[in-house]
Write a protein that binds this ligand. Structure first.
Ligand code: ZN
Length: 149
């Protein structure tokens, strides 16, 4: 009986491992409390492309509590946020700027979106930040994006 339990546990572990097999795919949730559920995201340097899925587990509409996921170098964050505000919701609060490495659409409660981007030009030692550019959100909705060796 003990042997059988061990076997079952072993196969459960296998299933869990294969679910995590693609380490170049990331998921992050956002909510009506203006929060991301992660403060740090990382991918190994071996990922030439990264897919980020953003979900919104809240109920509020995107013009009220919309969220997006924007990636840039830490030093570009402030200017991207400022220019994003000027760009407006119709442009997903995202400026047309080379400083933006990746950006999803703005979504509302119950929605999800994803973006696939190349890591070309990104540096394993670089300082990157992800954040929401909906006006007023980036002070709380931000985190560190790392490329690990
Ligand atoms: Zn937001």
């Amino acid at each position: 009986m003990r042997f059988l339990k061990t076997l079952m546990f072993g196969s459960l572990l296998l299933v869990a491992n294969s679910a995590l097999a693609n380490e170049c795919e990331l998921t992050i949730d956002s909510n009506d409390n203006m929060r991301f559920d992660k403060k740090e995201l990382s991918v190994p340097a071996s990922c030439s492309e990264v897919t980020l899925k953003l979900t919104h587990s809240g109920k509020m509409a995107k013009n009220v509590m919309g969220h997006n996921w924007v990636l840039s170098s830490a030093s570009d964050m402030q200017s991207v946020v400022q220019q994003g505000m000027a760009a407006g919701l119709d442009n997903n609060y995202t400026p047309d700027s080379d400083a933006v490495i990746a950006a999803t659409d703005v979504i509302g409660g119950g929605e999800e979106t994803s973006i696939t981007f190349s890591t070309d030009g990104m540096d394993a030692n670089g300082n990157y930040k992800f954040y929401c550019t909906f006006p007023g959100h980036s002070a709380i909705m931000q985190g560190v994006f790392k490329i690990t060796n």
